[in-house]
Design a protein around this ligand. Structure first.
Ligand code: UD1
Length: 420
């Protein structure tokens, strides 16, 4: 197993290019199940989760070619509609094949994703919406078995909670349904917006893109004609590198990002005392004279993303005063707290609220990655801690950060990938 060894305390400098967004690429790749032509996608991040989904499509019978952040996917030969346990257990987002498979083939069998390190993460809202669209749903032997005798039918869906992959699944199902589907309380993350835009260009009439009410006119199982497209930049990766600049109080520039998707994140840097220079597709962060404590409440887009919570917790360890972070989306997304304490962090946890008393003197330590974003918080702490840090179980990081140690090394960090 690999681990990362970091010598902390180095200033960073220079530029780093942001990769395509994993969370946009995943639904987009799943949506190729709805296509009648070969689909060309560029700016795909080369990370484990993407390879897992391509592998799943391949098991279903699709062909793909994938190199240098580009993929060509041909789903015309899909013969199986079963997303097997061995794949789904390694990546919950495999659930994204549920909507498109059911819509195209009229049935599918997807292993039910279990809970994960950050919470229970049920898929009840995906299933309720599909059943309103006419699907018969049964849970058997750990699988969700879905069947729609005729084409799925357009209907009115109100999500009780805002769900990102839930919205994406239903948008994809609705694209091939008979009639019009409206989704009320839809997610409006940039990743959901890109999926809707790509489907719209492929011939599906979608109104309300970017709002919380979507209206999708289905094609009654007529497959779509996809145009080539490029995946949007990863706003979470971008935010993580800005945190790396901030935590080492260095000047760095991130390129190929989309500042328009990062309002809530950028505002927090400014509130903490960091100056930002923002151009079209790049952001420079400048050192702060004093790092101010912060209050964060995670919420759905355009609010502050839960996927940046752990990184800002690491950063708040450097702030002069007490920061408060409230996690509202996932009940157990504080696994990084006990690992951050191994560096010397002073954090009190009560329910879903963490109180961070800064500034903390941080010393390098052996720490364990527990989930994707928690892992990056540990790397950030390691960059500023005195001495050597070893971050173990970095397979979590490899799920979502492309060339993390290479990018950090280019910025001047002392970081190596080693074998246990
Ligand atoms: C997606 C992102 C993940 C991010 C999260 C929240 C992908 C691949 N993953 O995850 O990185 O952290 O959005 O921004 O895009 N819920 C239910 N029932 C459901 C579905 C969701 O109760 O059927 C709850 C969840 O447990 C959670 C909340 O709704 O408390 C939001 O979850 P959701 O938006 O669905 O997260 P994901 O789509 O799984």
């Amino acid at each position: 197993m690999d681990y990362l060894q970091i010598e902390g305390g180095k200033k960073l400098s220079g530029t780093v290019e942001i990769s395509g967004a994993k969370n946009a690429a995943l639904p987009l790749i799943a949506s190729t199940i709805l296509s009648k032509n070969v689909v060309n996608i560029s700016n795909i991040p080369n990370v484990k989760d993407i390879r897992t989904l391509l592998n799943l499509l391949n098991i279903l019978g699709a062909n793909f070619w994938y190199e240098k952040n580009r993929a060509k996917i041909d789903t015309s030969f899909i013969t199986s509609t079963t997303a097997v346990y061995d794949i789904v257990r390694t990546m919950r987002a495999s659930i994204l094949v549920l909507g498109p498979l059911l819509a195209r083939f009229g049935h599918c069998e997807v292993s039910l994703p279990g809970g994960c390190a950050i919470g229970q993460r049920p898929i009840d809202l995906h299933l309720k919406a599909l059943s309103l669209m006419g699907a018969e749903i049964e849970i058997k032997n750990g699988y969700v078995l879905t069947k729609a005798k005729k084409a799925l039918k357009g209907t009115h869906i109100i999500f009780d909670k805002i769900t990102v992959t839930g919205t994406e699944n239903i948008v994809m199902a609705a694209a091939l349904a008979k009639g019009t589907t409206t989704i009320v309380n839809a997610a409006k993350e940039p990743e959901v917006i890109q999926l809707c835009e790509v489907l719209k260009k492929s011939g599906v009439d979608i109104e309300g893109i970017g709002t919380d009410e979507l209206k999708i006119v289905g094609t009654d199982r007529e497959l779509l004609n996809f145009e080539d497209f490029s995946v949007i930049p990863d706003r979470i990766e971008a935010g993580t590198y800005l945190c790396a600049g901030a935590i080492t109080n260095s000047k760095i520039t991130i390129k190929k990002c989309d500042p328009n998707h990062m309002d809530a994140i950028l505002t927090k840097f400014t509130q903490m005392g960091f100056d930002l220079k923002i151009k079209d597709n790049e952001i420079t962060i400048l050192p702060a004279k004093k790092i101010y404590p912060i209050e964060i409440i995670t919420s759905e887009y355009p609010g502050f993303p839960t996927d940046m919570q752990a990184q800002f917790m690491a950063l708040s360890l450097k702030a002069d005063g007490t920061s408060i972070i409230e996690e509202r989306l996932f009940e157990n997304r504080f696994m990084h707290v006990s690992e951050l304490m191994r560096f010397g962090a002073n954090i009190h946890l009560k329910g879903n609220i963490a109180t961070i008393n800064g500034p903390c003197k941080l010393y390098g330590a052996d720490v364990m990655a527990t989930d994707l974003r928690a892992s990056s918080a540990l790397v950030l702490a390691g960059l500023t801690a005195k001495g050597t840090t070893k971050v173990h179980r970095i397979y979590h990081l490899d799920r979502g950060y492309e060339n993390l140690e290479k990018k950090l090394k280019n910025l001047g960090a002392s970081i190596e990938r080693l074998k246990e």
